[in-house]
Design a protein around this ligand. Sequence first.
Ligand code: DQA
Length: 144
Amino acid sequence: MKLLVINGPNLNMLGVREPDIYGRTTYADLCEQIEAHAEKIGVQVELYQSNHEGDLVDKIQEAYGKIDGIVINPGAYTHTSVAILDALKAVAIPAVEVHISEVDKREDFRQISYVRLACCATIAGHGLDGYLEAMDLLRERYEG
Ligand code: DQA
């Protein structure tokens, strides 16, 4: 099984950005945790981060026919991007939406998620563990 973990804008700034909300762990540390977890559960993983909406759409499209599950934290594009929603729908790869923070308890504009409409589950407010939980969910689903 091959998973793709996609992070959107400003997630490369983890560890620096608003540590009271997102913690002090860096993006590089997160990548290490994801890679270690992939090895533990016996899946292959590819990591991708971009600050650009079109690049995220391109990456999702490239996954078609190659990737069995997508873990996606689209950052702020969660709340605005019909293009990312459409890309996920187009490839129809099982996807889990992850948010480090508890988006549902934050500002009103964070209550809307377009990508959620194309995801089989959402994990929010579990910190970085949410990515690993999403990987577990997709693996269980794949194993059937
Ligand atoms: C986030 C929540 C979003 O509202 C925000 O724009 C982010 C990160 C999260 O992981 O909690 O960039 O997706």
